[in-house]
Design a protein around this ligand. Structure first.
Ligand code: ZN
Length: 441
């Protein structure tokens, strides 16, 4: 109940009663009207308590029902069309009213003299933002404004050990699994989280949590994270110097970014690895498998593993929809059996690392939805897992002292590693080449 209640807080208004769409009217006890000497007197709309002449405004809480709109919702509260049109018109000057979604909470402050005449409507369109539509002093016109509540950032820390899956290691310790996605993004150049996660891998991180009025509304940046993969420790420290997102560096100032991401899809599983000799499920013969197959549902986004140029895009009966990219240094990558291509992509397009270029599909000779990913060095197929690639620019010498100071501070915020387990878990590959379940789910 407390949770539901707190979710219904509307700015400074006090939510009383359930917050589903309701006709219940309740007093805003926290804000007695100016001049009221009876603050806190429990009046209700139907109260027969002696009138004080300065009636308090009545505030009721509502939520736009599924399939309804802001307009319909106000209408169902008994407000006349003319009034609704007037207040919507004023709101539209600063906010696209049509975009207000079902489920959005709002409150109505009623005119105490007329039961169906509102004085103010306050709509909470985001966790920290409200739209306030009020009748002006003269009672002639509606004016709309936006209010934003201050967001406070606090630091939270989490740590976990992989037992069965990475995802589960987050759930076990009560961490929002979305943060596991963020963790995987920090180390996207170091670890292929689709195939390299091992039992006994451990991780820890410090992340910003956003609070509004002491209530958590979401996550900010991961400030520092460590992932120990098969005994190898990776450390990422966020240094907010370039762009809005900041980049992650090792404690010595080296960038975590590499020329290529470890995987073209975030969530999937390896169904077939690179091999010289594999039984082809459709051709029914043994032939080399010159790439890596990632099993994932149709529509799963496919990313360019590196910055490059589209040198082939189109359909062939064998490959289905395929994109081939040329990167620097004689490297090329191919993405095969795509469901579709990202819009606007054409021969000669330049793509950035991590850019979505298409979606997983089963076009061409494919038994089911998967991405066949091929990597070439100087025109020859290669297994990218066995190659080392150059890293991005390290922290500049002028920023290095500042970074090292930040790094030593932020590393101290990490929680201690969990106590070593009595019996060390065997470091065995969880997926192998034919895993029975995806590691990220
Ligand atoms: Zn394949």
């Amino acid at each position: 109940m407390f949770k539901l209640h707190s979710l219904c807080m509307l700015g400074t208004l006090v939510a009383i009663g359930a917050c589903k769409q309701t006709n219940d009217r309740a007093l805003d006890l926290s804000h007695p009207p100016p001049g009221s000497s009876e603050a806190g007197t429990p009046l209700t709309e139907s109260s027969s308590a002696p009138s004080t002449n300065q009636a308090a405004p009545l505030v009721s809480q509502h939520r736009i029902a599924n399939g309804s709109s802001f307009y319909q919702s106000l209408k169902s509260e008994g407000i006349n069309s003319q009034t609704i049109l007037a207040l919507v018109k004023s709101a539209e000057k600063i906010f696209p009213v049509k975009e207000i979604e079902a489920g959005t909470a709002y409150s109505i402050t009623w005119n105490p003299e007329e039961s169906v005449s509102p004085r103010k409507v306050e709509l909470k369109y985001a966790a920290d933002s409200s739209l306030v539509i009020e009748k002006s002093e003269t009672d002639l016109e509606w004016t709309a404004s936006k209010t934003t509540l201050p967001v406070t950032l606090i630091r939270k820390t989490f740590r976990g050990v992989v037992g069965t899956t990475l995802w589960e290691s987050a759930e076990i310790v009560g961490m929002d699994p979305v943060l596991i996605t963020s963790l995987a993004e920090v180390f996207a150049w170091q670890v292929d989280f689709n195939r390299a996660v091992k039992r006994g891998d451990r991780w820890r991180l410090t992340v910003e949590q956003k609070l509004v009025a002491d209530q958590p509304i979401g996550w900010g940046n991961i400030l520092v994270a460590e992932y120990e993969n098969d005994g190898q420790l990776h450390t990422g420290i966020r240094f907010p110097q370039e762009g809005a997102h900041g980049s992650y560096y090792m404690p010595n100032g080296q960038s975590l970014k590499r020329m290529f991401l470890k995987s073209p899809i975030k969530f999937g599983r390896i169904t077939s690895g690179f091999s010289q000799n594999r039984f082809h499920p459709i051709l029914k013969t043994n032939r080399p498998h010159n790439g890596v197959d990632y099993g994932a549902p149709t529509g799963t986004p496919v990313m360019a593993v590196g910055k490059g140029e589209v040198i082939s895009i189109g359909y062939t009966p064998a490959n289905g929809n395929m994109i081939k990219l040329r990167h620097g240094g004689g490297y090329q990558t191919a993405y095969v059996h795509l469901h579709n291509f990202a819009s606007g992509l054409h021969l000669g397009s330049n793509v950035e690392q991590g850019q979505i270029i298409g979606a997983v599909g089963s076009t061409g000779m494919a038994t089911g939805p998967h991405l066949h990913f091929a990597f070439y060095t100087n025109g020859v197929y290669a297994d990218p897992m066995g190659l080392k690639f150059p890293s991005a620019e390290p922290i500049g010498t002028s920023d290095l002292n500042q970074f090292k100071q930040l790094a030593s501070n932020v590393l101290q915020t990490l929680p201690a590693w969990q106590m070593a387990q009595q019996e060390p878990v065997k470091a065995s590959t969880l997926d192998g080449e034919n895993p029975s379940r995806p590691l990220m789910h």
